[in-house]
Ligand binder design. Structure first.
Ligand code: FEO
Length: 389
């Protein structure tokens, strides 16, 4: 793939990772890309790099535009190794280049690479002249690491947003007017739910900071570049970062002999007959990162497990650990399950959902196999609780 022009003298020189299927636990069915960008100005500037195994491919792409030895600045918006991994390789070819990074970025680079590269720390709002272009930096800590920042070409209204607004998509196409829009939004949603969700308050501040900038193009470090659907992705980020929910229920469970599954069905009937859209997720048949995508905007999160050796099933424990870490807010939770004699799993689930800060519906606990009348009662109790609220 040749370098792709975003604007005159501004190129995509990243790489496409067609085979990526796991990004720290997140199932990336569509692969990903690591987007780096080259600005061919008086001071030649590279914005971010790529994962280390792809260094050669990025360098070949850079070489087709400029001699890497002529690079003056390398912006490190984020130290995570999917964006900094090729720094050692490019710094060998551009030993006089200066790395521009945030204060936390400088510390992080030292801890990762332990080198004496030329480094200049930039402040939020600082601008550096590249010649024709002026590059402005906005620090966005925790979107995704403490070091994270974005940078902006004022003249071209072009935001290099690093992880923010990214999607894990491997594609030959680079722009949002060349690729199916619903797929881009689905992957942007999944990316937000599985990576950005814990940082909603910080994302809101970052959105406020970038709202002051005139933007025509958002060039993230993963996936497709936004130039047609900016309004849609910015609106979505505002909604997601506000933890806005819709009247929708998720029933997430595992079952040993089918009894917890029967309770899950009774709860589904209860929600459906309360006119609430409901989705079921058996934890042996769905990946937790796909369930998290649905959790992003669902108001009701019901989690069920039978009791095994005084505990919940490991699939349920794994999901709850993942959910708690991603910290969705403003939800209503419910624990349910069948048990034989101890029944600890249901209280444990209730406890974790309370720890998540959820408002809780009364838990549902049934010994052994639920009778038809018990299931009808579960359904009717839920309906009364919801319609009565
Ligand atoms: Fe794409 Fe936080 O790295």
């Amino acid at each position: 793939m040749e370098p792709i022009l975003l604007k005159e003298f501004i190129y995509w020189v990243g790489v496409v990772d067609w085979d990526l299927r796991n990004f720290h636990g997140y199932l990336t069915q569509r692969g990903s890309s690591y987007n780096s960008y080259l600005i061919q100005d008086e001071n030649i500037t590279l914005i971010d790099t790529v994962k280390a195994p792809f260094s050669h491919e990025m360098i070949e792409r850079i070489k087709s535009v400029v001699d890497p030895a002529d690079i003056k600045y390398i912006v490190c918006n984020h130290v995570e190794m999917d964006h900094s991994g090729a720094l050692p390789a490019i710094m060998k070819l551009a030993p006089t280049a200066t790395i521009l990074t945030s204060p936390q970025g400088a510390k992080g680079l030292q801890k990762h690479y332990r080198t004496d590269w030329n480094t200049r720390i930039v402040k939020s709002g600082e601008e550096i002249s590249l010649g024709k272009y002026q590059l402005k930096f906005v620090l966005t800590p925790m979107v995704h690491w403490p070091d994270s920042m974005v940078c902006y070409l004022e003249k071209e209204h072009l935001l290099f947003s690093n992880d923010a607004f990214g999607q894990h998509i491997a594609s030959s196409e680079r722009f949002d007017d060349e690729y199916p829009f619903t797929t881009i939004m689905d992957e942007a949603r999944k990316y937000y739910a599985n990576i950005v969700l814990p940082y909603g308050t910080i994302v809101k501040k970052a959105l406020d900071a970038v709202a002051e900038l005139a933007i025509d193009i958002v060039a993230p470090s993963h996936g497709i570049i936004w130039r047609k659907h900016l309004k849609e992705i910015l609106t979505a980020y505002h909604q997601w970062s506000a933890n806005e929910t819709e009247s929708r229920a998720l029933i997430i469970y595992d079952s040993m002999w089918g009894s917890t599954a029967q309770i899950a069905d009774a709860l589904r009937f209860g929600f459906e007959t309360s006119h609430i859209r409901t989705s079921m997720f058996h934890l042996q048949k769905n990946h937790i990162s796909d369930i998290m995508t649905e959790t992003l905007t669902a108001k009701y999160i019901c989690v069920g497990s039978p009791t095994l050796n005084n505990n919940m099933l490991p699939t349920v424990a794994g999901f709850l650990t993942y959910l708690k870490g991603l910290a969705p807010q403003n939800r209503i939770g419910m624990a349910f399950g069948s048990y034989g004699w101890g029944g600890q799993s249901i209280d444990q689930i209730d406890g974790v959902l309370q720890d998540c800060g959820f408002d809780m519906l009364p838990l549902v606990k049934v010994q052994y196999i639920p009778e038809t009348q018990t299931l009808k009662q579960i359904e009717s109790n839920l309906r009364t609780k919801i319609l009565g609220d």
